[in-house]
Every structure is written in structure tokens, then in C-alpha cells.
Design a protein around this ligand. Structure first.
Ligand SMILES: [Ca+2]
Length: 346
């Protein structure tokens, strides 16, 4: 039995509770929960760490993925095959290899991960804007958020896989492909993908360009619909004439990364979209009504530094990673951390 899923977390009526699941990690970039309650966490230099279903971080990595990381690249997104519990013991990662970004498939056996081959290459890597979130949608297809690699024009070029949300069929991700669907184009550095419960709508975060002062910017949250163009680098922020406009813009740079919906009932956060912010050093909790963001509040502001990944566990807790050792933060003793966040009682 999944230990965590079997027993509901003890919620507080007063506010959010935070537990530290793991310490001393190096730029943990993404988290994927296995059906039995264990978690896999990528570290950007190339390790994959395993957290037991009792919440213990194993000292030895479950696997390593060779990477030629430069700048913001390295081992980034991770996602578990939707048929994992039925025997398809595959895990997918997004990684810098050579001059490009790749989606690779790994095989999980006896607590160890081993490379099972290339799924998708042909994506340019840069020292910036490598994006890299991988998520399976409710349609059981694999979505890959790719960055513009610092070359904005690629995002509008339909001959390039950069600056896009790509979608792969099962045949493609279980095998190998050169021609994923360009689900949406015109992205800059999207690092968060989340589907709203019931509606199945996909929301994605995107890093906007900073202003000349480095503080003002045009970070976006987008409602991502098939076939639409989100405008980068032709337009930015609220000025989106002719392109799909964001549902939320942050005029002060927060550098939004991971995103997850709170799908489980029983919390005052249920139904919210929660975004992890790097520069903003906070979570943002967004209430969405129809196609509009009707409320947007900071949570845990400044308490744990830069926040990168967020994933909802089967028990309704939110797992979040810090990113204070990525060269842009101020690491504290114990950084980087994996946090388990228990939303307040609803
Ligand atoms: Ca845009």
C-alpha cells in the first residue's frame, strides 16, 4: 500500500504547514511521484534521487544521466509513464547532451534507473532558456516545454522545436521520434505545466524578459490551447495584439518555474493553481474562474529562498524544491531542500 496515500495529512486550520523531506541537494530541478508513494527528484548536475514512501531521502542516487550542462542546462524535467503501475516501468527526463536538449527514456528496476534510449533530440541548448518541464497530460500524452535557448526567433519558427510546448503520442515516447506535434508556439522559457481539474485546461508559466533595471519584467501565466501562438518574441506582457494573451502578467520579475493544481478536496487551496517562483522566492496561489485569474497571493514569501519545482502528491500535499545553489541564490545551511507543504484545512 502507498504509505502516504493511505493516510491523510494532518492539516492545520490556521495556515500552511511545511516539513523538510530532504536536505543538501544540488539544484533539485523536478519531482515525479511513483504510484507507490516514492518520489524521484532530478538534480541539475545529473543525479536522480529517490525519496522513500516514508519521506526519507536515500543517500545514494537511484541513477545518473550524463549531461554536458552549461549555464541553465543540465538534468531538468522528469515524468513517470502513465502506465507505470501496470508494468511500464519507464521514466522520462529532459537533459542537456552535447549541443542539444534531449528527451530520454529510463527504465526503473529494483530501485535503480538505467538509460533506455533517446526519445527526442533536435532541440537547441543554450546557456540560458533551456526550459525543460515534462508532464503527462490527462490524454496520457507527453508534453515537453522547450525554451528558446536565448535565440528568440526560434520560438516563431515552425521548423524549430524550441520555444514550444511539444506533445508526443505513446508510440512516440515509447519509441523515438523526430516529429512531435507543435502543440503551442511562441514561448520563451516555459518551466511550469499544469492541467486544471475537471476542465482539463492546460496552464503554463513563462519567464518574460527583464527590463533594463533587471527587476521589472513580463513574466506570464498562459492558458495553453492547441495550435495557438503565444507571441514571443514578437510581443510580451499584456501587449499581445494578434497573439494569445496571457491570463496573468507579473510586471515585477518573479521568474515563475514549476506549477501545479491542488486537485484534492479538503483544503482552502483546493482548485488553486500554485506557482513556484525563483527570483520572487515565494509560491503564488492563483484562483482561476473561467479563463481569468481572479486572485493571486504570495505564500511562504522569502522563507526558503528560490523555489523551482512543485508537484502534488497523491495525499494532497505539495512537494516543492528550492534552487538556492544554482548560482543565483544565497544558499543557507541545508540547501537545497525538498519541502512537503500541507495546505491549510478548507
Ligand atoms: Ca506571450
Amino acid at each position: 500500500m502507498p504509505a502516504r496515500a493511505a493516510q491523510a495529512p494532518r492539516r492545520s486550520a490556521k495556515g500552511v504547514r511545511v516539513e523538510v523531506v530532504g536536505k543538501g541537494l544540488v539544484v533539485p530541478w523536478d519531482i515525479a511521484l511513483l504510484p507507490d508513494g516514492r518520489a524521484l527528484v532530478t538534480e541539475r548536475p545529473g543525479s536522480i534521487r529517490l525519496v522513500s514512501s516514508r519521506g526519507r531521502l536515500r543517500a545514494q542516487p537511484a541513477g545518473r544521466v550524463a549531461t554536458s550542462a552549461r549555464g541553465e542546462g543540465g538534468l531538468l524535467g522528469i515524468a513517470v509513464d502513465p502506465a507505470f503501475a501496470r508494468g511500464a516501468r519507464f521514466v522520462y527526463v529532459y537533459v542537456t547532451r552535447g549541443a542539444g536538449m534531449q528527451v530520454r527514456r529510463l527504465r526503473f528496476r529494483d530501485g535503480r534507473l538505467r538509460d533506455d534510449g533517446l526519445v527526442l533530440g533536435g532541440i537547441a541548448a543554450g546557456t540560458i532558456h533551456d526550459s525543460g518541464r515534462l508532464r503527462f497530460g490527462p490524454d496520457r500524452r507527453l508534453y515537453v516545454a522547450t525554451g528558446d535557448a536565448g535565440r528568440g526567433g526560434l520560438a516563431q519558427n515552425r521548423g524549430s522545436l524550441n520555444g514550444k510546448v511539444l506533445r508526443l503520442t505513446r508510440t512516440q515516447y515509447r519509441g523515438r521520434t523526430r516529429s512531435p506535434e507543435l502543440f503551442a508556439i511562441g514561448m520563451r522559457n516555459p518551466q511550469g505545466l499544469a492541467w486544471q481539474p475537471r476542465t482539463g485546461r492546460l496552464f503554463a508559466t513563462d519567464h518574460g524578459p527583464s527590463g533594463f533595471d533587471g527587476a521589472s519584467g513580463d513574466d506570464e501565466v498562459n492558458l495553453v490551447e492547441r495550435g495557438r501562438n503565444y507571441g514571443w518574441p514578437r510581443v510580451r506582457g499584456r501587449r499581445h495584439g494578434g497573439f494569445a494573451a496571457p491570463v496573468q502578467v507579473y510586471p515585477t520579475t518573479i521568474a515563475p518555474s514549476g506549477a501545479a493544481f491542488v486537485t484534492r478536496p479538503g483544503s482552502s487551496w483546493s482548485g488553486s493553481l500554485v506557482v513556484a517562483a525563483l527570483k520572487g522566492r515565494t509560491l503564488r496561489r492563483l484562483r482561476i474562474a473561467g479563463r481569468r485569474v481572479v486572485r493571486d497571493r504570495p505564500v511562504l514569501r522569502g522563507r526558503f529562498g528560490r523555489l523551482r519545482a512543485i508537484t502534488e502528491a497523491p495525499d494532497g500535499t505539495l512537494w516543492v524544491t528550492t534552487s538556492n545553489r544554482d548560482g543565483r541564490g544565497a544558499p543557507q545551511p541545508g540547501d537545497d531542500r525538498i519541502l512537503r507543504i500541507i495546505p491549510p484545512r478548507g
